[in-house]
Design a protein around this ligand. Sequence first.
Ligand code: ATP
Ligand code: ZN
Length: 210
Amino acid sequence: MLRLAIQKSGRLSEDSLKLIRECGISFINSSLKLKTESTNFPLEILYLRDDDIPGYVADGVADIGIVGENVLVEEGMQHLAVEQLGFSKCRLSLAVPKSDSYSSISDLQGKSIATSYPKILQTYLTENGVQANIHTISGSVEIAPSIGLADAICDIVSSGSTLISNGLREVERVFKSQAVLIANGGLDAEKQEILNKLLFRIHAVQRAQK
Ligand code: ATP
Ligand code: ZN
């Protein structure tokens, strides 16, 4: 039996469940339960917060998982990645108040930037030779400039409408993300065999969608 961790409720949940179903794997989904077993494939599904998924897979509590690359990279767990899944596409972008003048990344030198992704942001700033003060906050990042907490933000963007409604303008794309399948590096032969079967089915689903 292979244990798969997926997000309990959020932007990854629906498409993660859909992918598993499209692989012909049946299970009874109850939003009240923390885990379910498939009725026709040796798979158990654990429902967790997305941020906890890389750690649980690294520790072997779950064997495999589905998580956003943004969370995986922020947690320094890129080595667990097996396969990009093509959904939950978004990007991490820098944004400034729309009335601020901005011509290049060097305009952020010495400024303060609010984000929930301090490591990814620091890497990007270092690559671009910019020193800024990063304020790590866990939510509602987009209001930080309007309350005087920061000069700029680095946050998840998909359509950009949240930025616009908060009076912000996207100025740099920092990181592109999509959902990714991750796996513990030390699976035994039996679990590896189940994972191979699952990957075979995922590839068939992906080919059919092209
Ligand atoms: P949890 O309660 O599990 O911690 P969360 O609030 O941290 O959830 P969500 O907002 O559900 O997370 O986002 C989960 C992941 O989905 C993000 O890490 C990102 O990879 C992706 N994502 C976030 N926002 C969008 C979006 N607008 N469009 C597409 N994908 C997104
Ligand atoms: Zn989360």
